[in-house]
Design a binder for this molecule. Structure first.
Ligand code: TRP
Length: 443
C-alpha cells in the first residue's frame, strides 16, 4: 500500500463517496427532462437496461483498474501497461478539468437559487418572469463568476481534508441528508392534486417512442450519471482496501444512482404536471419551471429552498470526485502536497470556468460552430472524451490486462464473481461497440 495517499476507512464510506460522485446534476437536473423529451416510461426502460449492462460493467472495470494500480488515472495506466495507454489516463484527467470547469458554473446556480428561493423569487409563478430572472441572473458576469468560485471553494474545502477526513466524512454526512430531503420532496410532489398524470407519464412506456435517438440519449445519460469514462471512479477505487468486494460495491453504487434518478423523476414530473407545465421544457425545467411550481404549491416557500439545497449537495459531492482526480494526479505524479495540489487544480479550474460562466451573458455571442464556450466544453467532454475513455477502459480491462483485472475483482479468488463471463463479453464487445456508436452519432 502506498502510505500517504490516503484510503477509505469503511466500505460504507467508499460506497457513499462513489454514490456521491455518481448522484449529481445528471440525476436531478438532467434525467427528468431527458426522460420528458424522450417519451417518459419508454426512455426509462432503455435507460435501466443500459445502466445495468454496460454501465455496471464499466464501473466495475474502473474500480478494479484503480485498486490494482493504487494510482490516479495517468499513474494507473502507466503502471499497469504503459506506452500509449498512459495517454488514456491523460485524456481522463484532462476531461476532469474540463467537466468541473462548467459543472461548477451550474453548481454555482444551484447555490444562488437556494439563496434566491429564500428571498423574493417565489413571489411570482409566471414562467415568463422566472425565465427573465434566470436569463438576467446567468448573464450577470459578477454573480455568475462569484457563485462559480464559491462552489469551487466549497469543493476544495472538502478535497483538501483528504480521502478519509474530507471526502469520506463529507459523504457520510451529506448523502443521508440528500436522501431524506429527496424523500420529503417526493412525498410532497406525489400528493399534489393532479400529480398522478406525471406519474403515469413517467411510468407508462410508449414503445413507439423508442428509436436510435432514444437509445443514444439513454447510453450517454447512463455514462454521465454513473461518472464513467474519465477515471473519477478509478481514482476512488485506488483508495480502496482489498477487503471490499468490488462487484457488490459497483452494484450498490449503480443501484443508488438509479434509485435517485427515478426518485427525481417522481419529484419533478408530478409537480410539473400538477400545475400544467411542459415536461419537455428542457434544461430550463429545473431553474424556471420548478420555481413556478414551488410558487404555487402549498408549502412551496419551504420546499423550494430545500430542493435547491438538495441540488447543491448532489452537485458538490460530484464535483469533489472530479477535483479529486486532478488532485490525485498532482499528488501521485507531480509530487505535490495535497494542499498545493488542491490549490493549483482549483485555480486552474476556476480560470478555465470563467469563459463558461460568461457564456450566458458577455460571451453569449462568441460561438464556435453555433456553440458557446460552455456548450463547447460540455460537448467536448461528454460527447468526445468520455466515450473515448469508456471504450479505452473496457478494452483495457477486457482484452489488454484481463487476467490481472479478474484477479483484482475476485481478490485472487477470495471473492466470488458469478457474472464473470457476461462481464468479460460486455467489456470486450458490447461496450466498445455501443459506445463507438454513441461517439460517432454524437459527432
Ligand atoms: N455523475 C455526476 C452527475 O450525475 C457528474 C460527474 C461527476 C461525472 N464525476 C464525473 C460525469 C465523471 C462524468 C465523469 O451529475
Amino acid at each position: 500500500m502506498n502510505a500517504g495517499r490516503g484510503e477509505f476507512a469503511t466500505r460504507l464510506g467508499f460506497i457513499l463517496a462513489a454514490a456521491g460522485s455518481a448522484i449529481g446534476l445528471g440525476n436531478i437536473w438532467k434525467f427528468p427532462y431527458v426522460a420528458g423529451q424522450n417519451g417518459g416510461g419508454a426512455f426509462v426502460i432503455v435507460y435501466l437496461i443500459m445502466v445495468f449492462s454496460i454501465g455496471l460493467s464499466v464501473m466495475l472495470a474502473e474500480f478494479a483498474i484503480g485498486r490494482a494500480a493504487q494510482r490516479n488515472p495517468v499513474g494507473a495506466f502507466a503502471k499497469l501497461k504503459g506506452g500509449a495507454w498512459t495517454g488514456v489516463g491523460y485524456l481522463g484527467v484532462a476531461a476532469g478539468f474540463i467537466i468541473l470547469s462548467f459543472y461548477a458554473v451550474v453548481g454555482g446556480w444551484t447555490l444562488a437559487y437556494t439563496v434566491h428561493t429564500m428571498g423574493t423569487l417565489l413571489e411570482t409563478s409566471d414562467p415568463k418572469t422566472l425565465g427573465a430572472f434566470f436569463g438576467e441572473f446567468t448573464a450577470d458576469p459578477g454573480s455568475s463568476v462569484f457563485y462559480h468560485g464559491l462552489f469551487l471553494a466549497m469543493t476544495m474545502a472538502i478535497v483538501i481534508g483528504g480521502v478519509e477526513k474530507g471526502i469520506e466524512r463529507a459523504s457520510k454526512f451529506l448523502m443521508p441528508v440528500l436522501l431524506v430531503l429527496l424523500v420529503a420532496l417526493c412525498l410532497r410532489a406525489v400528493t399534489l392534486p393532479g400529480g398522478g398524470a406525471g406519474i403515469a407519464f413517467f411510468l407508462t412506456p410508449d414503445f413507439s417512442k423508442i428509436d436510435i435517438d432514444t437509445i443514444n440519449a439513454a447510453l450517454g445519460q447512463a455514462f454521465f450519471s454513473l461518472s464513467l469514462g474519465m477515471g473519477a471512479l478509478l481514482t476512488y477505487g485506488s483508495y480502496l482496501s482489498r477487503q471490499v468486494h468490488l462487484t457488490t460495491a459497483a452494484l450498490w453504487v449503480t443501484s443508488l444512482d438509479t434509485s435517485i434518478a427515478l426518485l427525481a423523476g417522481f419529484l419533478v414530473l408530478p409537480a410539473v404536471f400538477a400545475f400544467g407545465y411542459d415536461p419537455a421544457a428542457g434544461p430550463g425545467l429545473t431553474f424556471i419551471t420548478l420555481p413556478a411550481v414551488f410558487a404555487q404549491m402549498p408549502g412551496g416557500a419551504f420546499f423550494g429552498p430545500l430542493f435547491f439545497g438538495l441540488l447543491s449537495i448532489a452537485a458538490l459531492t460530484s464535483a469533489v470526485s472530479l477535483l479529486e482526480t486532478a488532485v490525485a494526479y498532482f499528488v501521485d505524479n507531480r509530487g505535490l502536497s495535497r494542499r498545493k495540489a488542491t490549490a493549483w487544480a482549483g485555480i486552474i479550474i476556476f480560470a478555465l470556468g470563467i469563459p463558461s460562466a460568461l457564456s450566458f451573458g458577455a460571451l453569449s455571442g462568441q460561438t464556435v460552430a453555433g456553440r458557446t464556450f460552455f456548450d463547447l466544453m460540455d460537448y467536448l467532454a461528454s460527447n468526445v472524451m468520455l466515450p473515448l475513455g469508456g471504450i479505452a477502459i473496457s478494452v483495457f480491462a477486457g482484452w489488454t490486462i484481463m487476467d490481472r483485472i479478474i484477479d483484482e475483482i475476485t481478490a485472487d479468488g477470495a471473492h466470488g464473481f458469478p457474472a464473470r463471463t457476461i462481464w468479460i463479453w460486455i467489456c470486450r464487445i458490447a461496450a466498445p461497440l455501443a459506445i463507438t456508436w454513441i461517439l460517432v452519432s454524437g459527432l
